[in-house]
Design a protein around this ligand. Structure first.
Ligand code: MG
Length: 347
């Protein structure tokens, strides 16, 4: 079996209702779709989403079509790690860690989807599943929501069966963060988890000051308190605070994650399927984390569900609220695994 064609397309449109965190305003719905085809008619799909930067999906599609695709055509689609390693080598000159890695991730996801379809099995089964469902929480608490809206959406998440909610922190004052956490607690009761996410904006001193308050309020983890590449700072925080430090959504490739684990800089690791480099890379990161006894909670859901099904150290999958027309229902706070070949509807 040989890959006969690889192509990507990009599109984006402005969001009607932008979302804000402590770092940025997410004002765009962008997507770069990647398709891999074999000569005998099999098709695999992957997609890379963007929340800002209008031109990014088209720029990524250009990179995939002109730089990555020629290296992939003619290869055996089951040789996924060979393709991955070749694409890292090809993009090394201008830097793999960055947009190129999102392209490698898109190709990787499309290849796993294709081989799943080739053998008529969902990808989680090919990865060697560890569980038949994945616990989940909902990221719903954007910083631009007022307290009433925050309470309403957190209540909705718990009604849908999520085990907890994540809210953004890093408001201009700690007092505002406290009011948001208390409002969330009043909405979801004592049994639901509250994760707080600072999106990399604190200094070490501010992260220590606010982190002590978040832990007093019983928050489940403190996410991205510092810049993603501040390994020293994260290690200090992890050592000094009892609240678990979660980070990883802005780390690129398994070697950056190795540093986080060796330095005990995270208590929970949160790879993003796009920036980490795809299903293959996330699986390797997760297995490496397991050897360090570090639990794995995905940044985002979608195809990540299949990786989380396979890992021994899975903690949670991140999700948004379920749409009213979603065919998926949570079971005991968990996403069930699909039986459709490849990634099924989540690709
Ligand atoms: Mg986050």
């Amino acid at each position: 079996m040989k890959i006969s064609r690889v192509y990507a397309t990009g599109e984006s449109r402005r969001r009607e209702h932008p979302s804000r965190d402590a770092l940025q305003t997410l004002d765009t719905h962008g997507v770069c779709r990647v398709t891999v085809e074999t000569a005998d008619g099999l098709v695999g799909n992957g997609s890379i989403d963007f929340g800002r930067l209008d031109a990014a999906p088209a720029v990524l599609a250009h990179l995939i079509n002109d730089e990555l695709a020629p290296e992939v055509v003619g290869q055996d689609p089951f040789m996924i790690r060979a393709v991955r390693d070749r694409l890292w080598q090809v993009t090394d000159y201008h830097g793999t860690a960055g947009l190129a890695l999102l392209g490698i991730a898109g190709v990787d996801v499309a290849l796993w989807d294709l081989v799943g379809k080739a053998v008529g099995q969902p990808v989680w089964r090919l990865l060697g599943a560890r569980r038949d469902r994945v616990p989940t929480y909902a990221m719903v608490g954007w910083l631009n929501y007022g307290l009433d809206e925050l309470k309403r959406i957190c209540t909705r998440a718990m009604e849908q069966g999520f085990r907890g909610v994540k809210i953004k922190v890093g408001a201009p004052t700690l007092e505002e963060d406290v009011r948001r956490i208390e409002a969330t607690r009043s909405a979801i009761g004592t049994s639901g988890l509250i994760m707080v996410d600072a999106n990399q904006v604190f200094s070490l001193a501010e992260a220590l000051r606010r982190g002590r308050v978040y832990q007093e309020l019983g928050c489940f983890w403190l996410e991205e308190p510092l810049r993603a590449d501040d390994v020293d700072g994260l290690a200090r925080l992890a050592a000094e605070l009892t609240i678990p430090i979660a980070s990883g959504e802005n780390n690129f490739g398994k070697r950056q994650f190795r540093q986080l684990f060796e330095r005990r800089a995270v208590d929970v690791v949160q790879p993003d399927i796009r920036r980490a480099g795809g299903v293959t890379e996330c699986l390797e990161i997760g297995l490496m984390a397991d050897a360090f006894e570090i639990p794995y909670a995905s940044h985002g859901g979608g195809v990540h569900l299949h990786v989380l099904a396979a890992l021994p150290n899975t903690l949670y999958m991140e999700s948004g609220l379920l749409r009213d027309d979603s065919p998926v229902r949570l079971v005991d706070g968990c996403f069930p695994l699909p039986e459709t070949p490849g990634f099924g509807p989540s690709a």
